[in-house]
Design a binder for this molecule. Structure first.
Ligand code: 16G
Length: 249
């Protein structure tokens, strides 16, 4: 059972065991976990210790607690490898999830003042604003405000982009191949309008992402501001050390 000789506190040992059960799939997403009393009995500890272990795992996103209903295993997050430039559609299809979009806006306008730097100071007189709620198996996952260079992407306006991939349409209709992007992430508390659309509470954590995307000719064609649900999405990067380990040269 719990190791009484180590200096690792009981609550942390219990959290480790529960975390392992979730990671190994012994406890499945959306499954209710055993009641506190049962866990106390099982690990031979007090209720405070069990509560602390559960609070830790709620904080880490492995468990979710619903007032009056109990504690459940959280749904797994969608992980996205950040070394690859992909579209939302490719990202979802690679995981066997049905991508979708609800179109909220599709219009031509003069670029807002802050957009000139976003387009890497290329002269842009008009932009196409495409505002979409992105769905994963019909559930809202992200909200995207894409500003597209009118010069490069005007042919898109004849397209029906309701449930189609923007990047696929750009390649097909505009001969623009998304080839490189610069992206920045910040964790923020979700503003109310965005929260309403994403179906979460105002103030819940979301990933606020800015992306400038470049074509095969190195021209910036897209600047996107998105809000990804923090409880559903995470990014994964493979990191290489810049130094060579000693004796390897
Ligand atoms: C991703 C991109 C977004 C792009 C969209 C195209 C991020 C943060 N954003 O969501 O910039 O416009 O894919 O997706 O990765 P689509 O081709 O499925 O419409």
């Amino acid at each position: 059972m719990l190791d009484k000789k180590t200096r690792v506190p009981f609550y942390a040992q219990i959290a480790d065991r529960i975390r392992a059960k979730v990671q190994n799939g012994d406890w499945l997403p959306r499954e209710q976990i055993p009641p506190e009393a049962e866990l106390c009995e099982h690990y031979q500890v007090s209720r405070i210790t069990v509560r602390r272990a559960i609070a830790e795992l709620v904080q880490e996103g492995y468990l979710v607690r619903f007032a009056g209903r109990g504690t459940f295993v959280a749904e797994p997050r969608f992980e996205h490898r950040i070394s690859h430039l992909t579209s939302f559609t490719q990202d979802m299809e690679a995981r066997g999830i049905r991508p979708g979009a609800r179109m909220l806006k599709f219009e031509v306008l003069a670029p807002p003042p802050n957009l000139h730097w976003a387009f890497a100071l290329h002269e842009v007189k008009r932009v196409i604003l495409l505002r979409r709620l992105r769905l994963a198996d019909d559930e809202p996952l992200a909200l995207e405000n894409s500003y597209l260079s009118w010069d490069l992407c005007a042919s898109l306006l004849q397209e029906d982009l309701h449930d189609d991939s923007l990047y696929a349409a750009l390649i097909r209709k505009c001969n623009v191949i998304p080839s490189r992007a610069i992206q920045q992430w910040t964790a923020i508390a979700c503003p109310s309008e965005e929260a309403r659309l994403l179906g979460i509470s105002r103030g819940q954590p979301v990933l606020h992402i800015y992306r400038t995307t470049f074509s095969q000719d190195g021209l910036p064609f897209e600047w996107v501001e998105s809000y990804y649900r923090g409880d559903k999405y995470s990014f994964q990067a493979e990191l290489q050390a810049e130094y060579q380990p000693a004796g390897n040269s």
